[in-house]
Design a binder for this molecule. Structure first.
Ligand code: ZN
Ligand code: ZN
Length: 91
């Protein structure tokens, strides 16, 4: 991937703020979970909080009103700011 390609796509994705976690420090090699290797994040919680992810069980997600697809689906909550992220590990 060329640097131009990365910059162009980063802007398309709205990743305009330097990642508070890895600070663009060789993002491809450290695989930072905050910016998923982009080195930049969207303005907002990703830029102000270094997330501490904790996985929610299906029951816990349901009780919080969060969609949980089951088995191969993982829902995480940041214990610092309360942001939710979900991942499907079946694909
Ligand atoms: Zn990062
Ligand atoms: Zn957070």
């Amino acid at each position: 991937m060329s640097t131009e390609w990365i910059i162009e796509n980063r802007e398309l994705l709205g990743l305009t703020v330097l990642c508070p976690c890895c600070h663009d420090e060789v993002p491809e090699t450290i695989r930072c979970s905050q910016c998923v290797g982009w080195g930049y994040v969207r303005p907002g919680l990703d830029a102000t909080c270094i997330h501490e992810w904790k996985e929610l069980t299906q029951a816990a997600a349901k009780s919080l009103g969060i969609y949980h697809a089951g088995m191969c689906y993982h829902v995480y909550i940041c214990t610092e700011c309360g942001k939710i992220k979900s991942e499907d590990s079946s694909g």
